[in-house]
Design a protein around this ligand. Structure first.
Ligand code: GCV
Length: 720
């Protein structure tokens, strides 16, 4: 009997403990609020904030943008302090004062060096104003104020000391854009977060509140433009009905400093039946585009311009009429120029009639056209020469077209990095690219970041990972990629780790016990994906069409460069793509210093080894291992790192709300399984080529190669 009581007592105690732990966990969150959560503060944190946000001060009638800044601060403070601050025009101790020279002429006499902030920069300064101790958020323009308001909130959320603020920041790049690959039927090419955020059918009459929240989130990280539709564009996008829909979106985004741009199909006038050709030198075609631009600007006075994918992957373009890229781009640019619009002309081109290495084709086509583009054209170049792989060397065009504006396109959505299932923090990828030295300028150090910032029209474009999913990005951790993209487009020299820290603090908690492990997970995640998918410079080994899962064996597709075997070239003797003088000579497209480095496998960074070289399986790596052994160990390391991320997350369970914890845990379980699948299938396939034994202690793949080959995924998402 006694034993039974003891047992009952122990059981009750355990239940109580579990209940206490459950109670201690934060309330469920669905991720809709992103990094703008503004959850209630308590104790010292609340008191500190109250002391530095006793009132909101702004003089005069705020514009919609200044009103948005004030509304954001009010909303945040109400959330964190439980009540909205008083608003007024007169400084008081502890007030947050928002001012531009127009709203507060006295600013101009204060030696704040506002000129250096330009049109979008801001400063945050703890100071005395009219004898009061205040925090000043100052800018030359209202959009600068909005960015400043978000920067102040970020500082507060990340635990910066609010009493001694002295920050000033201005964006390094002019165009900081999202590119939506969203179709008019709401499908999203390479989208893994549900349907398109844009409900084209219901627009323009019905304007979802989500559009404003989208604008808030983007403004909070400095994004100032959005291309609404897929680069594989439908001609109907330029019909009057769709211009009206785009105008409704532009109206929702405008207060947040976000301009609308459209992807256009080069043959639009022809396909709409308005002209007999789409030849850019045909006066009727040029006249149609001029009239169309006028029509768009009547509906959207601050319209940003056009994004064009031409003569690539079956899209129409000027080459259909034996004209150049510049002929095509300049014709559109002439239509937009009177209104101040730009043409972003994509350099992502490769064609089936070109037998040359796909990695060379953009450079081969564009470099000879340097200096031929109109001043309002910017050539949009992907970060690497193939296509958003987990790792690529930088595109050889960066720094190679000094008489043409170039901007960089990266993918935020993870077409090749595990969709929305795998955690892969792209801040690390963007940072790696931005810090890569192009060796193209007079200085020793011409990083991609510096090259981009030095362009006449400067910018970055990120292929959006946003959809109608409640948490926006399909997975909570993918929000970090949207965040990191925006922060790096603002400051391409920023650190991916510092950005991860900011994101984790705002999205989960500034508590080091939470933010620390999350930052660790983020920082190890991209390298893990590289290792279990495409180590040592391998690339484009993903499944056909959907790009999900391993398929290094595919060899039967129509175009050579659609086949993974084209990229890895593994045979009994070795593996890798010879891009040196004895191969495709793609290396010669890089600046001499880089070309010299890449020409020799001994001086090629290991991470790009098989990108540039075909080497025997027995090649001796710096580690002393053979290439074959090293490759196998990289696959194992990728899986091990993924398991380590999973372990970090499991340990966070008591500190994260159940809804987000469970979702991330479920995705990590799938990621571990799929990392193992990548590793097993890749080793099984490459071993069928190398015929070499696995290094001692390494487990053989559990299934025969044919079992991996037999897997098929006809309903994988993202094909648009
Ligand atoms: C929008 C890759 C993707 C395509 C994409 C293309 C591009 O090939 O797989 O879906 O098309 O890049 O960037 O134009």
């Amino acid at each position: 009997m006694k034993a039974m009581y003891r047992w009952l007592w122990a059981a009750l105690l355990a239940m109580a403990l579990v209940a206490t732990q459950a109670n201690a966990r934060a309330a469920d969150e669905d991720g809709y609020d992103l990094w703008l959560r503004y959850r209630p503060l308590t104790g010292a944190a609340q008191a500190a904030l109250r002391a530095h946000a006793s009132a909101l001060v702004y003089s005069g009638q705020p514009s919609p943008t200044a009103a948005a800044a004030l509304a954001e601060l009010r909303r945040a403070l109400a959330g964190m302090l439980g009540q909205a601050p008083a608003t007024g025009a007169v400084a008081q101790d502890g007030a947050l004062v928002l001012a531009t020279p127009a709203s507060m002429p006295a600013l101009s006499g204060m030696d704040l060096k506002l000129d250096a902030l330009g049109a979008e920069g801001y400063l945050l300064r703890s100071m005395r104003l009219q004898g009061r101790r205040v925090t000043l958020i100052a800018a030359n323009t209202d959009i600068g104020l909005l960015y400043g308001a978000f920067a102040w909130l970020r500082a507060q959320d990340s635990g910066a000391p609010l009493a001694n603020l002295d920050q000033r920041s201005a964006p390094a790049l002019q165009l900081r854009l999202l590119n939506h690959w969203d179709n008019l039927d709401r499908s999203v090419e390479r989208g893994y977060a549900g349907q398109s955020i844009w409900n084209w059918w219901e627009l323009p009459g019905i304007r979802a509140r989500r559009y404003t929240d989208y604008a808030r989130a983007n403004a909070s990280i400095g994004i100032n433009g959005t291309v609404l539709n897929n680069v594989n564009a439908a001609p109907e996008m330029l019909s009057p009905a769709y211009i009206a829909k785009s105008a409704a979106l532009a109206a929702a985004l405008r207060p947040y400093g976000i301009k609308v741009y459209l992807s256009v199909r080069f043959s639009t006038p022809l396909e709409l039946g308005a002209t007999k050709s789409a030849d850019p030198l045909d006066p009727a075609v040029a006249a149609w585009w001029r009239a169309k631009a006028d029509e768009i600007y009547r509906a959207i006075p601050d319209f940003g311009g056009f994004l064009v994918k031409a003569n690539s992957e079956g899209q129409p373009g000027p080459q259909d009429y034996h004209r150049s890229h510049a002929d095509g781009a300049n014709m559109l640019a002439a239509a937009l120029a009177p209104h101040g619009g730009v043409v972003m002309w994509r350099a992502f081109v490769y064609a089936d009639d070109k037998p040359t290495d796909r990695a060379k084709q953009a450079y081969d086509q564009f470099k000879p056209e340097d200096g031929h583009f109109a001043s309002n054209v910017v050539v949009q170049v992907k970060n690497g020469p193939i296509d958003f792989q987990p790792r690529e060397p930088v595109h050889p065009l960066f720094g190679a077209m000094p008489r043409t504006s170039l901007m960089m396109e990266v993918q935020i959505t993870k077409e090749y990095l595990g969709f929305a299932t795998h955690i892969a923090y792209l801040g690390s990828l963007y940072e790696e690219v931005l810090r890569s030295d192009t060796h193209t300028g007079p200085n020793a150090n011409d990083s991609v970041a510096q090259v981009l910032a030095g362009q006449r029209i400067s910018g970055m474009a990120g292929v959006s990972n946003i959809g109608s999913a409640r948490n926006w990005s399909g997975s909570h951790f993918d929000q970090a990629n949207w965040y990191a993209y925006g922060r790096l487009a603002w400051d391409p020299q920023a650190s991916a780790r510092a950005i991860a820290q900011e994101w984790a603090a705002q999205t989960f908690s500034p508590d080091a016990r939470v933010a620390g492990p999350i930052v660790d997970m983020l920082m190890m995640s991209r390298e893990a994906v590289v290792d279990y998918m495409t180590p040592l410079g391998l690339h484009h080994l993903m499944g056909t069409g959907h790009h999900y899962g391993p398929a290094p064996w595919v060899a039967d597709l129509k175009r050579p460069e659609w086949n993974p075997v084209y990229y890895h070239r593994a045979d009994h003797d070795g593996i890798g793509f010879d891009r040196g003088a004895s191969g495709s000579d793609a290396i010669a497209q890089y600046a001499p210093e880089l070309a010299r480095q890449y020409a020799d496998p001994r001086t090629t960074p290991e991470k790009y080894l098989l990108w540039f070289h075909h080497l025997p399986w027995t090649y001796r790596m710096p580690s002393g291992r053979t290439l074959w052994d090293e490759l196998v160990l990289r696959y194992d390391s990728g899986v091990a790192q993924t398991r380590a991320m999973q372990a970090r997350w499991s340990a966070l369970k008591p500190l994260i709300d159940a809804e987000r914890y469970d979702d991330v845990a479920a995705r990590l379980a799938v990621q571990v399984e799929e990392a193992q699948w990548w590793r097993d299938a890749s080793i099984a396939y490459f071993q069928s080529k190398s015929q070499l034994p696995l290094p001692p202690g390494v487990k053989p793949p559990p299934l025969p190669l044919d079992a991996y080959k037999a897997r098929s995924f006809p309903f994988a998402p993202g094909r648009g």
